[in-house]
Design a binder for this molecule. Sequence first.
Ligand SMILES: Cc1ncc(COP(=O)(O)O)c(C=O)c1O
Length: 456
Amino acid sequence: MTAPLYDALCAFARQDGLRMHMPGHKGRAMTPLFSAAAIDYTELAPTGNLYTGEGPIAEAEHLAASAFGAAAAYFLTGGSTQGVLAGLALCALPGDTILLDRNTHRSFFSAMALLDLHPVYLNVPDADHVEEILAAHEGIKTVCVTSPTYFGVVADIAAIAAVCRRHGARLLVDEAHGAHFSFVGRGPCAAGRGAAISISSAHKTLPALGGGALLFTDGSFPPALVRERTAMFGTSSPSYPVMASIDWARAYLTGPGGEAYRRTAEAVAALRREINSRGVFHALTEEDGLVLDPTRLTVETSCAGLDGRRAAALLAERWHIWPEMDNCRCVVFILTCCDSEGDIARLAEALRALEEAAGCKGNRPAEALPPAPPEPEQRCSVRAAVFARRRTRTLRDAAGCVSAVSVAPYPPGVPVIAPGERITAEVLDYLARTGYDMAAPVDVLEEGVGTPWPKD
Ligand SMILES: Cc1ncc(COP(=O)(O)O)c(C=O)c1O
């Protein structure tokens, strides 16, 4: 396994040089918390520089581009959040209108506030809908799609990219949950399938440290500009252990990790079949008419009379199994190359026992994905709302106000109410039905509605 950055840091640490530089721990593992301290360096000739693209970091990025199938790859230590901010700063100009699916992570709303971008929403992220909207709004030159979603649902990126190209627009894909796709037979990352930019959280589905992510491009952006934009939204002291872990994960996945990941995909397929054969809970499968991440397990429990939040609580209490996400309908589990056969068998056994313990019966048609929120009523730009003078209300007392913030159950962090939108009675009903805490505070605009929303 060759991992140039990880290898260079280990080799440099072995030289036992006197560290008259940061970080302050000086490479000493004073507690197990600092177990990566020996390779936790700063920018030096042997360690390279992320923001100038020098040394072993550039070598490691080059290998990542080729493994993930993009023209260029850039390491991020601030997660996909940093990639979304940098990606939009590369694709769009302040004041632009962008098309984005509503099922989008809150980082896009931060980007819209910072860059003064105006949203037009795509309710169904498919090529026909993108075509329809781009034909109706000639000014839109940036399209953003999330694929896969938190539930593992995959969009047809090549088809959407072809539509974008015909309209002279760039496609940016939030592939935060799909860093493993290239290693489970799903081909190149989105930037290798027609998107201008795609962003993947290595830390979500690869064996990489928290915050490790990648920004891929199709090669159409000058590298120095990409580095300038990623630096703009990142720390000037990026973590070397985090970068080395992205490098190591890539090396592992192109070696034995790929096989391990494919075994996990097979085990998930078998587990989905087993769950569905009992007819109590329902595991989302491609027979539901969706293209799915082969390793993401979304199990609807509400069809058997068990609220997904209660199911997740029971799994934690009784079986010490901690799912990634739950909502009133379903529970979502992230499985990766690091889950052993024994881990997957333990999950399968707990789900079977949960069906029995909760006295569940499969008595309603399955509908794992949550219902879509009501159409938003945009009253002012995201930027005007985020930076307006505000006051705090409880959500249940905020009907009629204009929100200054995203109201986004986390996970998945997808705003039900975005900054600048009116908090209507319908949206409050929706939040109450999906179990949101209606006593939670929400910041609303103090007065008026800020800058009028530019309709085009
Ligand atoms: C779809 C999606 N995009 C982007 C992000 C942000 O990723 P990160 O936590 O790596 O910053 C998340 C985080 O949950 C996400 O679910």
